[in-house]
Design a protein around this ligand. Sequence first.
Ligand SMILES: C[S@@+](CC[C@H](N)C(=O)[O-])C[C@H]1O[C@@H](n2cnc3c(N)ncnc32)[C@H](O)[C@@H]1O
Length: 274
Amino acid sequence: MTTQTFIKNLYQQFDLAKREIDLILCHVLNLNTAGLFIYDKPISTQQEQQIIEFLEQRSDGKPLAYITGIKSFWNLDFKVNEHTLIPRPETELIVELLLKWTNDNFTGNILDLGTGTGAIALSIAHERPKGQVTAIDYSSKSIEVAKYNQKKHLIKNATIFESNWFSQIHNVKFDFIVSNPPYITEDDPHLEKLSHEPIAALTALDNGYSDLKLIIKNAKTHFNEEGKLILEHGYNQHEHVQYLLKKNGYCDIITHKDIAGIPRITTAGFISGN
Ligand SMILES: C[S@@+](CC[C@H](N)C(=O)[O-])C[C@H]1O[C@@H](n2cnc3c(N)ncnc32)[C@H](O)[C@@H]1O
């Protein structure tokens, strides 16, 4: 059987999108998609077994990013593994808003809380090379992945370390604090579809608000004179997040819709001493 016939048979054998099958083939054969169409070298037994195993895992619902170990976010590719959340396209809105409020000459400080793969923090650091980005997570395994991604993209203006929210943040104040914290309730039926991802990266107590509340309250003492908080939250949480922000003395509170039109990010200003 030729290699191209083997590939065509896979399209018939597996009830998966052709694009996903191609990406798994490219991953195992170390090719780009253009190279796959003309690939005519024989596929070894080991490669064949690996391809079939990955296609079976994908058919069983394992996310493609956990199979290939890579996910694109904003302008960079990030290593992901079972210890990190897969960065989502809707989270790119955090980066977009921050870039809108700064320019190439921005030299301020930015804090990313719960950085996971480092997707938000490293995308911002890459786009604003004169700014200083601090990124924390309480998961040491996530920190390892985020540091790997920092090295891979040669990003010098980011500092990544372990911290339980603000516990290890000392002697530095920020112009922007951004976060995509856990915000799903523990009994949310959507969790079934997310069973491959680390549960601690997804769920929060207190109806999903425990981490959002803690961040809103504690961020206030970590801002420079004027600061901005950019928070991702659940599709039905914007009204309560706005209420919490108001209650804590924030101003200019605005909720922004994601690419699917869902209220997903709420931003607010904070003026110290007010
Ligand atoms: C929803 S994930 C977001 C990951 C990444 N920022 C992204 O957008 O793809 C939440 C992250 O918060 C981290 N986290 C949860 N509780 C934390 C805590 N108490 N302190 C610091 N990080 C925490 C999790 O480990 C996880 O990486």
